[in-house]
Design a protein around this ligand. Structure first.
Ligand code: SAM
Length: 407
């Protein structure tokens, strides 16, 4: 049995269970296996230079919380004294995956697993991981022009495994206003391309190639364990089923859902509605979880309640959740007012029902998509976690709620 970076024994890899129940929507001919990947022993990176850089993700992502990665890394480092270095860090709302990439590159966690319900995003990460040089070649050969923007905008895959889905994601993300993949957002520089910032101003191929190679390096070294195209609930359920030897304490899920407040205003103005959903009628064949109903569910709050219900009553793994700071989140009993996980009546008798303490803190982000222009850089983010309370500091950086607020 290998030793982990904290000196604790690493958990052995499980025998593979029946995989027939796993969805096939994002399976690839690209080298990502048609079933969840077995956990390999993480090795050194071939090239450490990108791991030390400020930005590592090839994607610009609406709401990206790159400022939070250090904070989350510190929490996990603190918790390691009690729980050990996490064997698996799961990001079920991966988006630009800025936190997972940073923590895996730095070795704060042994492996990351990325998942997103948006096929464009999930397929991008799959191809970037397992077919890195193919994607880099395609990128170098891709003219960054308005004509190609129109091409990719209109292009629809007939096969959800098509590797060109990754090219579409990368191209549109780097050439569209605010990195928006779906909906009506236009190209950077406008249709007339008269701006000082033309369509290719964020398409530095050399820098992107380095970031893509970093993703490939993480995957080849087993630090990026796998990429799934799933709804967050399926991701969390399937992690517990697929890696039972890591449950409960050797997996940490980091959840960064679409914002609670301002979503309609924020997303309709500059970001993708509901943090990644396309507008009505823009779904691609083979895409899962893109129905107008689900889009509506985030915007109306239904999915926020579904997430809170799962995390506070059913979650099998330790979790960290980041949200825009809004009183609803901590005052509503059906969101995160509770200070303790409580099994639902049907789960109460189960041996594995979790009753972890729920700790809440406010942290500063240097930049947050939820900030108004005047307050950009000063915005506080709400962190909620079931990591052991002793590992969550209470200081200038991790602030308690103002009096009258719970947590
Ligand atoms: C706020 S963004 C995450 C940003 C990410 N933390 C980063 O640093 O770039 C939310 C992501 O969640 C995804 N998403 C939205 N609803 C989802 C769902 N039901 N299940 C899984 N992913 C979902 C969106 O496609 C989007 O990529």
């Amino acid at each position: 049995m290998a030793a982990s970076e904290t000196g604790r024994a690493a958990v052995p890899v499980a025998a593979a269970p029946d995989t027939s129940r796993f969805p096939t929507s994002a399976r690839g001919s690209s080298g990502i296996a048609p079933h969840p990947r077995r956990l390999g022993e993480p090795g050194p990176l071939a090239d450490k230079s990108t791991a030390a850089m400020r930005y590592q993700s090839p994607l610009r992502y609406p709401g990206a919380k790159s400022g939070l990665a250090g904070v989350i890394g510190d929490l996990i480092g603190n918790a390691a004294a009690e729980l050990g270095t996490p064997e698996l860090f799961v990001e079920p709302f991966a988006g630009g995956a800025s936190t997972g990439l940073r923590l895996a590159g730095a070795g704060v966690v042994r492996r990351v697993l990325l998942a997103d319900t948006d096929l464009l995003v999930a397929r991008f990460w799959q191809v970037a991981a397992a077919d890195t040089e193919w994607l880099i070649d395609r990128m170098w050969n891709e003219p960054v022009t308005l004509e190609r923007w129109d091409h990719w905008k209109a292009w629809q895959p007939s096969d959800p495994q098509d590797r060109d889905i990754a090219v579409k994601c990368l191209f549109l993300n780097r050439t569209t206003f605010s990195g928006i993949l779906h909906g009506r957002a236009g190209p950077i520089g406008g249709r007339k391309q008269e701006s000082a910032y033309p369509i290719d101003c964020r398409f530095n191929k050399e820098a992107l190639a380095a970031r893509l190679r970093f993703v490939g390096d993480l995957y080849a070294s087993n630090r990026l364990a796998d990429v799934w195209c799933k709804d967050w609930a399926d991701t969390l359920t399937d992690v517990a089923e697929w890696y039972p030897q890591l449950i409960p304490n050797r997996v940490i899920a980091y959840l960064d859902p679409p914002y609670w407040s301002k979503s309609p205003k924020l997303y309709s103005r500059s970001f993708d509605p509901a943090g990644g959903y396309p507008e009505r009628g823009t779904s691609m064949p083979g895409e899962r979880g893109k129905s107008p109903l689900e889009q509506h569910n985030w915007l109306s709050g239904l999915d926020h309640y579904r997430l809170a219900g799962y995390l506070c009553h059913h979650a099998q793994v330790r979790w960290i959740l980041s949200y825009d700071d809004h009183p609803d989140l901590t005052e509503d009993e059906n969101l995160y007012a509770a200070t303790q996980m409580a099994p639902s009546p049907t789960d109460a008798d189960r041996q594995d029902a979790r009753q972890w303490h729920i700790t809440k803190r406010l942290v500063d982000l240097r930049y947050s998509a939820s900030a108004t222009r005047a307050h950009r850089g000063k915005r506080e983010e709400l962190l909620i976690t079931t990591l052991p309370g002793s590992s969550v500091p209470l200081d200038d950086r991790f602030r308690a709620y103002p009096s009258g607020r719970r947590g």
